[in-house]
Design a protein around this ligand. Sequence first.
Ligand code: 6PG
Length: 239
Amino acid sequence: MPNCEMLSFANPKVMARAATERWIDQLAARRDDSAPFCVGLSGGRIAGTFFTAVAEQARARAVSLAGAHFFWADERCVPPDEAESNFALARRYLLDPLAIQPDKIHRLRGEIAPERAAEEAEAEICRIAPLNTAGQPVLDLIFLGLGEDGHVASLFPGAPQEVVVTKAVYVPVLASKPPPRRITLNFAALAAARQVWVLVSGAGKENALRESLAANGKTPLARVLQMRDKTLIFTDLAI
Ligand code: 6PG
């Protein structure tokens, strides 16, 4: 099994609460609130459950997320107020409930040309987050979901080689999951992050998870796991 730790839970709610507790503990333990805590968010069903749990627990425990800067692991090329927007999902269940300030929100502009949105988002994330020696932003924590086909963020199986190896931090892609036009963080940025937590929930993903954990796994998640020293997987699947 690649360098990862897997934690199993009975159901999506318990899993989301456990991931939340672990993140809120980390934020509460931070000594230096002045340094930005850069976090990358994903979309999807489990993301909504997770965001709700974070908003509830942060309020209940009076832990501030004011020091966090919010970026996205991927976005669909739709306007920010549309139901399919990953930003809209986060705004509704996390950013608005916790009154996160606009200067801490660095969304991908799904409503403009994807190439331009990717360029401007790269400039923004590299302005805020520290860079590694390869010039990739080092986010403190990226939350990913997993698709039935083994995709993470909007890095799908069968992506063109130039997407797989690109050094551009954000890259426009055509996805097999609707809506097709998307922008995603590249593999190098996922590999560079200090922490990556994958929340794997939902029937039909058992094979994708097994394949991703195989030593010679070929799924996009497998690639991320193989590129990293450590990744944390939360799942409610019995595998
Ligand atoms: C997206 C996501 C995507 C998602 C997985 C899991 O924009 O679609 O970022 O990578 O995390 O598809 O989604 P579900 O939890 O809905 O299965």
